[in-house]
Design a protein around this ligand. Sequence first.
Ligand SMILES: [Zn+2]
Length: 416
Amino acid sequence: MSVPSNLPINPERLWASLAAMAEIGATAKGGSCRLALSDEDKAGRDLFVSWCVEAGCEVAIDRVGNIFARRPGSDPTLPPVVMGSHLDTQPTGGRFDGVYGVLAGLEVLRSLNDRSVATRHPVEVAVWTNEEGSRFSPPMMGSGVVTGVFALDEILDKIAQDGARLGDELIRTGYAGDAPTDHPMHAYLEAHIEQGPVLEVEEKEIGVVVGAQGQRWYEVTVTGVEAHAGPTPMRLRRDALVAAARMVTAVQELGLDTPGDACATVGILDVHPHSRNVIPGRVFFTVDLRHPDSATLAAMDRRFRDAVAAIADAAGVRAEIADFWRFPPTPFNPTLVDRVRDAARGFGFSHRDIVSGAGHDAVYVAGKVPTAMIFIPCEDGISHNEVENIAPADGARGAAVLFEVLVATAGFAPRP
Ligand SMILES: [Zn+2]
């Protein structure tokens, strides 16, 4: 697949920038390790900032370490149109998750310079602090603080797995900025690898992301009666694992039966006492339900609870469901989503509407500012993995779409 010509961006420069960033924290198997606010993350941030300064940007750092590189617009009173994503990675992360959105944004900004395009709104590229949530938990911290999901002071006091305090790591790495965290934005655009297989399987070049799935996470504890595996007849058992197994199957059926991008997953299962000749007396498992529509997600919630209760009843065990975490479905801004679709169509790129199944900075930002995302395919749908890969042509297409949507949203400056 060759890179299409006549794009408004420079595909070779974008690819070279991705390759240069990947050298920082490079892993043996070809991935990247830049844990949030580690020495490697600092080096990645420093490289990005040096590129932005070279491109003539003014760079601001806010109090949670988010970076905003600004190209002025013709009207300095207007809030910026912001493009961005994250530069931090998982411990065995890939070269594109997050990095692609940041460097596609930088490529758009550089291309505006090349073409001497003047926009009405200022244009910014943002790097959000700790999107991955690997070294410091929770994920999506920087975008969460800016949009009021998290309190700044709470986040600054978070302690890493290695014992470091986030606020201290910001100071150590030189990214404890003084810009306020209520950063004004006119709109937010995030390009990202899909992190799933749909675009590749359907041979689509661009994913027009219409929104993000709502999520509900639960913890279920099933309590039966522990007993000896020999002397206890089958019909007298209250086997917590057998009941839990039926519940796991019910969760899977819920995902299969619910129309429209439903997902239902059991990811953790702990069996107690975990002994080969004891009938399990207690089982703990987690459930993750996702759907882009609120009403459907609520219906999934009800059906899940009913199924667990009915199975527990029939098996003579007790089941308790605890709500662990939830996130409402987040539709993106329809005008911006239309612009993404129009841009893909204008270039002649194959495309489809898609819902984001993963969390992204854009999902928090969408709560406050008109937001859209652009997905590009990734090889075998694999991410959070050192082998994560994209085709250079897909990278170029995504950046071209980002360029068009950015210009349409930031507006051309009136001619002097
Ligand atoms: Zn990401």
